[in-house]
Design a protein around this ligand. Structure first.
Ligand SMILES: [Zn+2]
Length: 150
């Protein structure tokens, strides 16, 4: 459908920024503008539904995760699929993230690195340090005083 030069006025009506008998009568007469307004209203309705979905605040997260774990543990093993169907994709992603984190935190202990060499550089106040970790990884650290770089 060819767009109408009046669409900008349709947006103003939609935003509540403008309204007049002339705009309304154009809207009545112009299928392009009516379709455009209907599309905007569908989009607004879609956002309203999204906003209505409950959000989990950071402070609520531990309790939420505890509940989630309780539900998973309390669920009969025979119907795990039904249980999982209750959670949204976002929740599933969260659970995956949490389980990855717990694997990492119970994994091998962090590699200890030892500073074997430390030098100063021509950048005022900056130093470099070379560390070699237990697994043989060599890392060169450049420490620059904050805000003094540029
Ligand atoms: Zn129009």
């Amino acid at each position: 459908m060819k767009s109408c030069p009046q669409e900008i006025n349709v947006e103003r009506i939609f935003d509540g920024a403008a309204d007049s008998a002339a705009l309304r009568s154009h809207l009545d007469a112009c299928p392009s503008c009516r379709a455009y307004l209907a599309g905007l209203e569908r989009m607004r309705a879609g956002f309203a539904v999204r906003k209505a979905a409950p959000e989990i605040a950071d402070a609520q997260l531990p309790a939420f995760l505890r509940q989630l774990q309780d539900r998973v543990e309390a669920a009969p093993a025979a119907r795990p699929v039904r249980l999982w169907a209750m959670f949204s994709a976002a929740t599933a992603a969260l659970v995956v993230t949490v389980s990855v984190l717990s694997i990492v935190s119970t994994g091998p202990k962090p590699i200890e690195a030892t500073v074997i060499e430390e030098r100063s550089t021509e950048i005022q106040g900056a130093t470099t340090a070379v560390t070699v970790a237990d697994d043989g990884t060599t890392t060169v650290w450049v420490h620059v005083p904050e805000g003094d770089m540029w």
